[in-house]
Design a protein around this ligand. Structure first.
Ligand code: BES
Ligand code: MN
Ligand code: ZN
Length: 464
């Protein structure tokens, strides 16, 4: 699906934004007394998300009112206030007729595009019908690029593992590369052993499709930025098999890969890749069960040489990421980012809508967190808590992939990854959920982007 605005030259209906609680007439001047009494008779009071259709004298649809709530309503309850309009208005083109003070037209337009997303690969979904003319002051090119990245991430996550294995994930990465002139190198199957990616191989070798490492480089020159995304196309838990309720959603375990590809799509569409050396690495595997599956108690030697005792085959994400991060760190990028649906513990700590991220550099972390808040893409810093390093150090190997006890599971997973990222200028890791559990305005139930806009907006500061 392609995000689209309405053609500004085509006929459109006016949409009036109305705040509640204003003294005097409810509606903006120009609408007239009949509209005012019509709105009041309908019970329209400008409450958040309230909609009132306006008739013409002939009984045709002449426009609509949309409630924004009180001017002093605390922001942030809803990320995309206008998205409700996109979901509820009748078919046709709509234009914002008034822009109240303090109303963020760019945010509103982005929310509208986000609300128009449909996942229609398996069933003809009712198409989004209401289209928005991109409002004044908003940048259509930028908003469409943001929405394309978001749509891509959602599509990849929503597609079940039966159609989104390592093979199809590679194809999606190749398609993205082809759109933007990036080069692709893929190391597969036994090639992973020859090229020294033993842990990607160990985790993925039980899958029906060959495990692989996908390596994209975008044309451009400047500071090195490397994005690494967890591409576990399905996570059964391996031999330490997950119970049904935990396995149900594990098609989304390539959410990190989906997000870094979505971010790369947006950056490349905006031409932002030209001034840097962008590389995207995706270890793509299925954590499956078979006679050749890796086992609890196995000790793996990683690309970096560190040995890892497997305490739980369900802590597979950190293993495949470790080899990819080690490769990334070998060329010392200025900034190394990983995104992964890594731990259940991150969800216990902050819930599905506020992904934690980890970064040792205070200025980098502050830039990312504040950019995320400003872009309706909230992320929250957690610490790489040094004293917990002992928790990932078992008796007979350098590292333990799944410390028993499970205390601080998101932190211990992040500390594990950090061991392999050493050599990069700065490193930030995002433990995302990648899934919207129930629909919210602009955020349909299903796969979702997390952290993409936080990173995108922080980048100028991070790579300055
Ligand atoms: N993919 C899961 C983490 C996950 C679970 C993310 C549910 C989002 C929702 C990961 O591979 C995993 O299984 N992690 C284990 C690690 C544990 C065995 C140390 C977890 O978090 O339970
Ligand atoms: Mn797992
Ligand atoms: Zn996993």
């Amino acid at each position: 699906m392609i995000p689209e605005f309405a053609d500004p030259a085509a006929p459109s209906l006016p949409l009036w934004l109305v705040r509640s609680g204003d003294a005097g007439p409810l509606l903006p001047p120009g609408l007239g007394a009949p509209a005012e009494s019509w709105a009041r008779a309908q019970g329209f009071a400008g409450k958040p998300g309230q909609i009132c259709l306006l008739p013409s004298a002939e009984g045709a649809l002449a426009g609509a009112l949309f409630g924004l709530g009180a001017a002093d309503r605390p922001p942030g309850r809803e990320r995309f206030p206008l998205a409700r309009a996109a979901e509820a208005l009748p078919a046709g083109n709509w234009r914002l007729e008034n822009l109240p003070e303090g109303f963020d037209a760019g945010r509103a337009a982005l929310g509208w595009l986000f609300a128009q997303y449909r996942f229609d690969r398996y069933k003809a979904a009712e198409p989004a019908r209401a289209r928005l003319v991109c409002p004044k002051g908003a940048e259509p090119r930028r908003l469409l690029a943001l929405a394309s990245g978001e749509y891509l991430a959602r599509d990849l996550i929503n597609t079940p593992a039966s159609d989104m294995g390592p093979e199809e994930l590679e194809e999606a990465a190749r398609a993205l590369a082809a759109r933007h002139g990036a080069t692709v190198e893929v190391t597969r199957g036994a090639g992973l052993l020859e090229a020294n990616f033993p842990m990607i191989h160990a985790v993925g070798r039980a899958g029906a499709q060959e495990p692989r490492l996908i390596d994209l480089r975008f044309p451009g020159s400047g500071p090195r930025l490397t994005l690494v995304g967890k591409g576990v196309c399905f996570d059964t838990g391996g031999l330490d098999i997950k119970p049904p309720s935990s396995m149900a959603l594990m098609k989304k375990d390539m959410g990190g890969a989906a997000n870094v590809l979505g971010l790369a799509e947006t950056m490349a569409s905006l031409g932002l890749t030209r001034g840097l050396s962008l590389r995207v690495l995706i270890p793509a595997v299925e954590n499956a069960i078979s006679a050749n599956a890796f086992r609890p108690g196995d000790i793996l030697t990683s690309r970096k040489g560190l040995t890892v005792e497997i305490n739980n085959t369900d802590a597979e994400g950190r293993l495949v990421l470790a080899d990819a991060l080690a490769l990334a760190a070998e060329e010392s990028p200025a900034l190394l980012i990983s995104m992964a649906t890594l731990t259940g513990a991150a969800r216990v700590a902050l819930g599905p809508e506020l992904p934690p991220f980890f970064c040792d550099d205070d200025a980098t972390a502050a830039a990312i967190q504040s950019a995320g808040m400003a872009a309706a893409d909230p992320v929250w810093r957690l610490p790489f808590w040094e004293p917990y390093e002992t928790m990932i150090e078992p008796g007979i190997a350098d590292l333990d992939n799944a410390p028993s006890g499970g205390f601080a599971g998101a932190i211990t997973a992040a500390l594990f990854l950090r061991r392999f990222a050493a050599g990069a200028g700065r490193y930030a890791h995002f433990d995302i959920y990648g899934w919207q559990p129930s629909a919210a305005p602009g955020r349909p139930k299903g796969g979702t982007g997390q952290g993409m806009r936080a990173l995108l907006d922080a980048l100028p500061e991070l790579l300055a």
